[in-house]
Structures are given as structure tokens and as C-alpha cells.
Design a protein around this ligand. Structure first.
Ligand code: 5CA
Length: 484
């Protein structure tokens, strides 16, 4: 991986515009995590497992358990332990930044929803066994939301009545529950899972299709910042409805979806292009560029068309992990639920809508599937739980302890978050832990190197090490994360 790849470029914005704050910082999450004690391994909570857990069938599940990221509490329901929680928050933060950059507005809806809302759209009965239905003490029917089309439509109709308030896209990142028949692969197919779901409201179909394209572009950016290539593929809309829908697939042998595509699609990247999210033309042209070549999931795959359009040597049949999906469904919810606006001629009409989801918790697993080796996880810089590790090879040695402390202090003073392995452990055990938890950079400090004023900077991805002064190592880490 290029050291300054697109996923490092956290500062680049559409048209270079500064991000509005909207309650979401575009620096690291600081919520009680950056306090010094939690970044010293001797005082952290990192329950690393030495053995492979028998229940884990795929590498991401295995490594998430072994690296002490998650703990299963019931089938498909997990606690996120401190390391996993940091990754989850980091993924969420990138999602927020890119949504806000595209002009979408965050809010927060509850996990529990009244059944009556779903009776209005007709989905209460349709949704079937996957919906967790709950009755409260007053015998009122509730459900744990599997998605939020009805609730957001209810919010819209309560407050908006004029075309002048459009376009509008609202989104949240919230826990969902789907009582999956076969929860498996850890957080990849959970029953309780964390999802970003966004909903656009537009006056016309044309505007709503712009919202669709805008979401497609913002999703491409989101995934690339996480070090992932997620290919938009024509898919089936399932219980959400509508005819226009694309899923975003990360190619991986362990993926649950069967995919068919022209190998040329993997050459297309968004990179650091500046996209004007208000421009219908720009968003449409990116959408067309990314969806012109054949790429479909098994639900919409058409073998005859595939053979006709894709030369044999470029035909790929593979597996993929679905990390997001976008939908345009017109007035499917606005009409039955009465979400209308008055247009400039004074006529009232239902709004055109779409919904757009990203599997935030699933992404933690998908990133590991795409980025690991036989020693453990290799986090892309964009989502790493800590910017780098510091390994003290001789704990208790005054010079080594002192140098580690200085490096630690210099990094944190620059707003970076290192994880300092200050345990009284053998070097081999410390390296094994660092390799398993996958921090992309490691600074190793030992008495031998220090005698000539040097520490070692190692890339987790390439395994290459370089000797340099502690100051140079700190400067290098800073440069890497500045995306300069
Ligand atoms: N309302 C629409 C868009 S917001 C919706 O619910 N779309 S979805 O069903 O495709 O879900 C969005 C994303 O959530 C999926 O692409 C997938 O990445 C993730 N997801 C869906 N089901 C699960 C699950 N059981 N476990 C983990 N992630 C899931």
C-alpha cells in the first residue's frame, strides 16, 4: 500500500471546503479515550487470546476474538471491547464526515419503534420473522427497528410541507435488529448490528435520482478512506422496495454474496478527485463511470448479457461482502403515509424518496477480511484504533523507559494516539500482540539501538524496518497521518 494512499488523506474535502462541525469532529474521537492511562498497555483492557476460538469460521471473526475486540453475548449479539470499540467509532466517524461533506444532516432516532407506524406502510406484517416484536406493559406493540423508512417519513410529514424545504437528506447511525435465521461470521451477519441509514426527500424523481448518485459518490469516498475497494453492483431491493438499487461489494472469498463482474471495474478509483455534490452532472458522471461495466450480484445476474457484454478473459465470478446499499423507491412510503409537499403551483404531491445504508459494524469485519496476514490484522491508517505502537524492549531500564516516555509524549502532543506496550513481557510476546492487533506502524525502543541514538520504525504491512532517531520516527508518523 502506498504510504500516502487516499485513505490517509483525511483532510481532503469536496472543493476543499472546511467541514461544518455539526457535533462531529473531524479529528480523532477523544471521548475519554485519549487519557494517558488507557494508552499504556499495562493499564489497558486488551484480552488477547492465544488460541484460535473454535467457533470462528472466517479470519475476521477469529482475529476480532483473538485481538480482544468483541465478545459474543448471545447469537449474533456482541459487546465491543475497548479495541473494537475504537475501530467501530473510527469507522462511524469517517461515515459522519463523508455524509456531512455531501450535505446530509445527522439526527438520532430510537431503536424501538411503534408498530402502528409500520402498519401505515403495510410492512408490519410483510417483514416477517426477521422483525423482533415487543409488547410493553400497556400491551402496546413495539418493534426493534430493522430500518427506519417509516419513522423518518413520520418525522418529515410532521414538520415539512413545502417544496422550499427540499432537497433534504437526514441520516443516523444507530443499532438495528434483524432476527437473522443464521447469524454467523461474528459481526458480519449479526442480529444486532450498527448501521448508517440515510433518507432523501425530493420534489421530483430527477432530484431524487441526483440524491441517489450523490450517495453513490459519497459511499465510494467513504470506503476508499477505509482502505477498501467497494464495487457498486446492480442488486435486488428486497423488503425495502423500488427498482433502482446498487449494493457495494468488497471482494473476498469469505463473502456471502456471489458476484459477477468485468475485471476492468477494479481499475476504477475515486482517489482524491474533488466532486461538487450539488452538481447533478458531476455526480451522474461518476455514477455512470462506476456502473457502466458489468457488475451484478447473483440476484440480478444475467448470464446471457454477461457473456455478450464481457470478453471471456475479463469475466470474473467471485464472492463479495455487502458493505452498503442505496435505493430509490419514489413514493412507496410517502404516498401511504401522507408525506407531501406543496409545489410552486400550489399543488400537493408526495415526495420522492430513497434510502441508503452502510453496515458500520460489518465493516470492521470486512476491513479485516481485506487486510490481514497469518500473524493478525493489518489496519489501514484510516481506521486504525491507535496510530502506532511503541514497544519497549527492556522495561525497567531507565534509558529505554525514558526514551519510550519521550516518544509517547511527543506523539500525544501532536494529537496522535500511540499504544505503548509498557508491560514486563518478553520482546517476542510484545511483537506478537502488536502483530495481532494490527497497528500499521510500530516504534521499537531498546538499549542497543539507543546506544547509538536510534529506534526502529516498522511497517506492519511490509514488515520493513528502518533505524532512525526518535525525533525522526515521531516526525514520520506525523507526516503519514497528515496525509501530506
Ligand atoms: N433501509 C435500507 C437502507 S438504509 C437498508 O436497510 N438497507 S440494507 O438492508 O441493505 O442494510 C444496509 C447495510 O447494513 C447492508 O448493506 C449491510 O452492510 C448491513 N447489514 C445488513 N444486515 C446486516 C446484518 N445482519 N449484520 C451486519 N450488517 C448488516
Amino acid at each position: 500500500m502506498a504510504r500516502n494512499g487516499p485513505q490517509l488523506d483525511r483532510r481532503a474535502g469536496g472543493r476543499g471546503a472546511p467541514l461544518p462541525s455539526q457535533g462531529v469532529s473531524h479529528k480523532r474521537v477523544r471521548t475519554s479515550q485519549s487519557c494517558e492511562t488507557v494508552m499504556r498497555l499495562s493499564r489497558y483492557f486488551l484480552p488477547v487470546l492465544k488460541e484460535n476460538p473454535a467457533e470462528a469460521q472466517i479470519v475476521s471473526h477469529r482475529y476480532m476474538l483473538r485481538a480482544g475486540m468483541i465478545k459474543q453475548q448471545a447469537a449474533g449479539i456482541y459487546s465491543w471491547l475497548p479495541l473494537g470499540f475504537r475501530v467501530l467509532k473510527r469507522i462511524e466517524e469517517i461515515v459522519h464526515e463523508e455524509q456531512i461533506r455531501a450535505g446530509h444532516i445527522p439526527l438520532l432516532m430510537p431503536t424501538l419503534q411503534p408498530a402502528d407506524l409500520w402498519r401505515e406502510s403495510g410492512r408490519y406484517e410483510d417483514y416477517g420473522e426477521e422483525m423482533l416484536r415487543i409488547t410493553d406493559r400497556h400491551k402496546r406493540d413495539l418493534l426493534y427497528g430493522p430500518t427506519n423508512e417509516e419513522m423518518i417519513t413520520d418525522i418529515f410529514r410532521a414538520h415539512i410541507g413545502s417544496y422550499k424545504d427540499l432537497p433534504l437528506t437526514l441520516y443516523h447511525v444507530q443499532w438495528k435488529f434483524r432476527d437473522e435465521i443464521r447469524p454467523r461470521f461474528g459481526v458480519m451477519r449479526g442480529r444486532e448490528f450498527y448501521m448508517k441509514d440515510g433518507y432523501n426527500f425530493d420534489l421530483t424523481k430527477e432530484d431524487a435520482l441526483h440524491a441517489y448518485n450523490r450517495h453513490l459518490v459519497s459511499y465510494l469516498r467513504t470506503y476508499e478512506r477505509m482502505g477498501l475497494q467497494a464495487i457498486p453492483m446492480r442488486a435486488d431491493s428486497g423488503p425495502i422496495g423500488g427498482d433502482d438499487t446498487h449494493e457495494f461489494l468488497v471482494l473476498a472469498d469469505t463473502g456471502e454474496s456471489e458476484v459477477f463482474y468485468d475485471s476492468k471495474v477494479t481499475d476504477i478509483h475515486l482517489g482524491s478527485r474533488e466532486i461538487d455534490y450539488d452538481s447533478h452532472e458531476e455526480c451522474r458522471s461518476v455514477m455512470e463511470e462506476f456502473t457502466a461495466l458489468y457488475a451484478r450480484t447473483d440476484e440480478t445476474h444475467d448470464e446471457a448479457r454477461f457473456n455478450e457484454r464481457v470478453p471471456a478473459e475479463r469475466q470474473r465470478r467471485a464472492r463479495g461482502i455487502e458493505v452498503g446499499q442505496i435505493f430509490y423507491f419514489g413514493t412507496k412510503y410517502s404516498e401511504p403515509m401522507g408525506a407531501t409537499v406543496v409545489n410552486d403551483k400550489g399543488e400537493r404531491a408526495p415526495v420522492h424518496m430513497g434510502s441508503h445504508g452502510i453496515g458500520v459494524s460489518r465493516l470492521a469485519g470486512a476491513i479485516i477480511e481485506a487486510s490481514h496476514d497469518d500473524k493478525g490484522i493489518i489496519w489501514p491508517e484510516g481506521v486504525t484504533p491507535f496510530h502506532c505502537g511503541i514497544v519497549n524492549l527492556k522495561q525497567g531500564d531507565a534509558a529505554t523507559d525514558g526514551a519510550c516516555g519521550e516518544i509517547y509524549g511527543a506523539l500525544t502532543a501532536k494529537g496522535l494516539e500511540p499504544l505503548y506496550d509498557d508491560r514486563d513481557e518478553r520482546a517476542g510476546a510484545k511483537f506478537a500482540t502488536m502483530d495481532m492487533i494490527g497497528l500499521p506502524w510500530r516504534i521499537t525502543v531498546g538499549p542497543r539501538g539507543l546506544a547509538s541514538g536510534k529506534v526502529e520504525l516498522t511497517s506492519r504491512r511490509t514488515g520493513e524496518s528502518e533505524e532512525m532517531t526518535p525525533e525522526a520516527a515521531v516526525a514520520r508518523i506525523e507526516e503519514i497521518y497528515a496525509g501530506a
